[in-house]
Design a protein around this ligand. Structure first.
Ligand SMILES: Nc1ncnc2c1ncn2[C@@H]1O[C@H](COP(=O)(O)OP(=O)(O)OP(=O)(O)O)[C@@H](O)[C@H]1O
Ligand SMILES: [Mg+2]
Length: 255
């Protein structure tokens, strides 16, 4: 079943007085099945964050449509967007985006507080997630009291606690050391194996090699796709590296 369908997405940024125009996305189309784990790669400036922000309904495309379970999210009324995002999407960012004055637990509860869930319900949902992420013992701590890897796990807990249709991640391992990166990637694979759909923007070949499919963006379009299929992570890593070489040196991807 198709969870997400992106059709002919175009994004032109224009400066306030209409002078300079930047075409960040020229014509992006792809779809994501429920339960897929998709990585998006591309050179700096190729439009990855632009695409993710539009998928996250933080920004509007110049034209094109995005269907999430058949509903065109581009057309959602401004007044309904915040609730829509909270109820359907989970976010994981490079810089964690935790509130410094809230404990990890209160950060994780925040989306549920905003949708007026009871305290009992919040605790009930947190328990299995905190266990899986190994953060039960640090829930009362504040972000400045824990490591980057622990902050990111709290951010993943916050994304998961609303049971979203889709998790969107922009460079989730970008600020992590290699051990925390490995832990986060393992975690993403686990939650994906349990059925969670994930779309992750990354510069990291290693991170992308965990995904089931990698989309490569170039010149504002989907340039190439790689399916992992029965390949091992090592084989996938090799294929991704080769494709990135093709992208940066020009020429066509013919594998
Ligand atoms: N708010 C904005 N106003 C004008 N131009 C923008 C804006 N945001 C991005 N751009 C331009 O759009 C293009 C795509 O930018 P985007 O941030 O999506 O790239 P990216 O693939 O995420 O790059 P990186 O890998 O460096 O994060 C770039 O040319 C960028 O300068
Ligand atoms: Mg970016």
């Amino acid at each position: 079943m198709k969870l997400l369908e992106v059709n002919n997405l175009k994004k032109i940024y224009s400066s306030r007085f209409g002078g300079n125009q930047v075409q960040a996305l020229s014509n992006v189309s792809f779809s994501v099945e429920k339960g897929e784990y998709v990585a998006i790669m591309g050179e700096s400036g190729s439009g990855k964050t632009t695409l993710l922000n539009i998928l996250a309904s933080l920004d509007k495309p110049t034209s094109g449509e995005i269907l999430l379970q058949g509903k065109n999210i581009v057309a959602i009324k401004e007044s309904e967007i915040t609730a829509f995002r909270r109820e359907n999407l989970g976010f994981v960012f490079q810089d964690f985006n935790l509130l410094d004055t809230f404990s990890l637990k209160d950060n994780i509860f925040l989306p549920l507080v905003l949708s007026r869930k009871s305290y009992g319900e919040m605790e009930k949902r947190l328990k299995p997630i905190a266990e899986k992420l190994g953060i039960e013992d640090i829930l009362e701590k504040f972000p400045y009291e824990v490591s980057g890897g622990q902050k990111q796990r709290a951010a993943v807990a916050r994304a998961l606690i609303t049971d979203p249709q889709l998790i969107l991640a922009d460079e989730p391992t970008g600020a992590l050391d290699s051990k925390s990166t490995d832990q986060l990637l393992k975690l993403f694979s686990e939650i994906n194996n349990e059925g969670q759909t994930i779309v992750m923007v990354t510069h990291s070949t290693k991170a992308a090699s965990h995904a089931g499919r990698v989309l490569f963006i170039k010149d504002g379009e989907v340039f190439h796709q790689l399916y992992r299929g029965s390949m091992s992570k090592e084989e996938m890593f090799e294929k991704i590296s080769n494709t990135l070489t093709v992208i940066t040196t020009g020429g066509a991807a013919n594998e």
